[in-house]
Ligand binder design. Structure first.
Ligand code: CS2
Ligand code: MN
Length: 358
């Protein structure tokens, strides 16, 4: 595996490339052109400039999170082919710049959903949290207002103000889209992009829906083993793979995370590792990465990745806000750096135990 950190670009991130480089064992970043709208073309010059900036800091771009997929593609509307064309050209430009992993999601309207961005934990740290009761009590159009006040002056992915200004229209767009239709549209998109992915060896890594069930009555498909395997078989190409995000699949306690990892051998192209702490199956908060701080056995998760021979980029996922840091919720420096060090420690121990036959 290649340990990385997510970085939003110097204009948007409170964390610098220099700070990232000083985290032991972190050699690369997962980044994006954060200002790009879904459906917009990324030019080779723009990608090249980003790459030069990252490399000048002694790091490498290990992949993109995300090249976002437009609502036209997700809903299969008349102009989807135009957006797919732009997506293909973007992939081609990424390939020419030697970037070979692209994370994306196929969630309607909202990217991840949380009901609190700064819930206080007993140790005084703050974390993102979710309660189903809060979602059920909320008018989806008000969702953005309830989140916006807690972003610490940043713009969170999927919650851009321009997008949320149109939230009513977005719901309208998806009103006839059920799970089957969304799945068909995903397959259509994947079939269209596979030739360029093959040509430039670009591994597509779909991010799971978070939480892993339907919210506000919207369709959700990337939620469990059965659905992902269905997607793998529908477009049976190694370039059609997944981001294994423990904190997203893990929202549903019925998902057996190590078992899912093992059954996706060869098709996990990117890993997000994070822990959650459950008060009840529908009331959870994000925890420190350590097993003992949350509800998951992180050793078993990392062990499963090791056992399937996972060699792609991995990153600590959302961290807690600690030590007085002010940053994008989930994306501060300190707790993610602790997470990276912890995952590196688990990996080293697992690797040495295995190669020394312990
Ligand atoms: C999530 C998502 O993994 C995460 O941190 O917050 O925003 C994720 O980056 C996207 O869904 C991937 O397209
Ligand atoms: Mn994730």
């Amino acid at each position: 595996m290649k340990m990385t950190l997510r970085w939003y670009g110097s204009k948007y991130d409170t964390v610098t490339l220099e700070q990232i480089r000083q985290i032991p064992g972190v050699k690369g970043v997962i980044t994006t052109l954060y200002y790009k709208q879904p459906g917009e073309l990324w030019t080779q010059e723009e990608i090249h400039a980003l790459k030069e900036e990252v490399e000048a800091a002694g790091l490498k771009i290990e992949g993109i999170e995300s090249v976002n997929v437009s609502d036209a593609i997700k809903t299969g509307s008349a102009d989807r082919d135009k957006d797919i064309d732009a997506y293909i050209k973007t992939l081609e430009n990424l390939g020419k710049e030697d970037i070979h992993m692209v994370c994306y999601n196929f969630m309607p309207v909202f990217d991840w959903t949380r009901t609190e961005l700064a819930r206080k934990r007993p140790d005084g740290s703050t974390v993102l949290a979710y309660t189903q009761e809060a979602v059920d009590a909320l008018n989806p159009e008000k969702m953005f207002d309830s989140i916006a006040g807690d972003m610490n002056g940043t713009v969170m992915p999927g919650w851009e103000p321009e997008r949320m200004a149109k939230v009513k229209e977005l719901f309208e767009l998806y009103k006839d889209i059920d799970n089957e239709k969304l799945f068909e549209n995903l397959v259509y998109f994947l079939k269209a992009i596979m030739p360029v992915c093959n040509k430039y060896d670009i591994k597509m890594a779909i991010h799971p829906d978070d939480p892993a069930w339907s919210v506000f009555g919207l369709p959700r498909i990337i939620i469990n083993k059965e659905n992902i395997l269905r997607m793998m078989h529908a477009v049976d190409d190694v370039h059609n793979g997944v981001t294994f995000c423990s904190g997203s699949y893990g929202t549903n306690l019925e998902n057996d995370l190590p078992d899912m990892i093992r059954s996706l051998k060869g098709r996990i192209h990117f890993a997000h590792v994070r822990n959650l702490y459950f008060h009840s199956p529908t009331n959870f908060e994000e925890a420190a990465h350590l097993s003992s701080d949350g509800s998951f056995d992180m050793y078993e998760i990392v062990k499963a990745l090791y056992d399937i021979g996972f060699d792609g980029p991995i990153r600590p996922d959302h961290g807690r806000m600690i030590w007085g840091e002010v940053a994008m919720p989930g994306y501060g420096l300190y707790d993610r750096a602790l997470g990276a060090a912890y995952i590196n420690g688990l990996w080293e121990a697992i690797e040495k135990a295995s190669t020394r036959g312990i």
